[in-house]
Design a protein. Structure first.
Length: 268
């Protein structure tokens, strides 16, 4: 039996780095091959019981290799790169999906997990279903003409920051038919009163985890810089679970639909 045949004959032991990739593993019925996940893998509930290898951006080779994986799947956001190089050097297959906050990123995740898990046929069926969902939500968003100004606030820990261009939050805002009120910089920067006043958002977005970290919704609205915004006057806040909102996985169509519906309703 050749090496290729041997690979195909045995189930790959897979470590998944990233909640979206872990969700795909379960949707393809490949969870029996899953031997470990990172700490962003929170859905479905069964993923919480898997062995954890740490946060996907702060991995250790020892932690990964201790699970004896045949393959590690992640995105280009996983790292540090030197750790993944060590894992490759140990003979482990490492597959990284380009993260660019597009629908194609989701498609690449489905195809990659399908290939690594030996479930290409299931992956094709899942992708057809997801493409249909995506087309439907795009049609729904396109039918709405109002484009409320939104700001995403990241507040999981440390000082709150706002999302500029080139972020997952920026892409979500646009997909949901809103306008990112922060366009003067890329990435995340600290939240300032001047920036909030000049951006004049109609609605503020956050994760449920971020609101909890700030002490709840009442404490969130007590932040003085928020009083300078149109969103403050109507207490226009939309909070969603972080991995659902920003995971760019198979739940993206549902996340966009919910974000679109809620931002439109709260700013009407």
């Amino acid at each position: 039996m050749g090496a290729g045949a041997a690979w195909a004959a045995r189930p790959a032991r897979i470590v998944s780095l990233g909640g979206a990739l872990t969700e795909v593993v379960y949707l393809l019925g490949a969870q029996g091959q899953l031997v470990g996940t990172d700490t962003t893998s929170l859905f479905p509930d069964a993923a919480l019981k898997t062995a954890k290898v740490g946060y996907m951006r702060q991995l250790s080779a020892e932690g990964l290799l201790s699970l004896k994986p045949d393959a590690v799947v992640g995105t280009t956001e996983a790292g540090p790169p030197v750790v993944l190089d060590q894992v490759r050097s140990a003979g482990v297959r490492v597959e990284l999906v380009q993260a660019d906050h597009t629908w194609d990123e989701v498609r690449r995740k489905v195809a990659t997990v399908g290939r690594v898990a030996g479930r290409e046929r299931e992956a094709q069926a899942l992708q057809a279903d997801l493409d249909a969902q995506w087309a439907a939500v795009q049609k729904q968003v396109a039918a709405t003409t109002r484009r409320p100004r939104a700001i995403f606030i990241l507040s999981h820990g440390g000082s709150p920051m706002v999302a500029g261009t080139g972020t997952a939050a920026d892409a979500l805002i646009r997909f949901a038919g809103a306008t990112n009120a922060i366009t003067q910089f890329a990435g995340y920067r600290p939240l300032t009163a001047e920036a909030m006043a000049s951006a004049a958002p109609d609605v503020l977005l956050n994760s449920t985890q971020g609101i909890e970290a700030l002490g709840g919704e009442a404490a969130f609205w007590q932040r003085p810089e928020l009083a300078l915004t149109p969103a403050y006057r109507r207490k226009a806040l939309v909070a969603m679970e972080a991995s659902h909102l920003l995971g760019f996985g198979p739940r993206l169509p549902a996340a966009v639909r919910e974000l679109h519906t809620r931002t439109q309703a709260i700013t009407a």
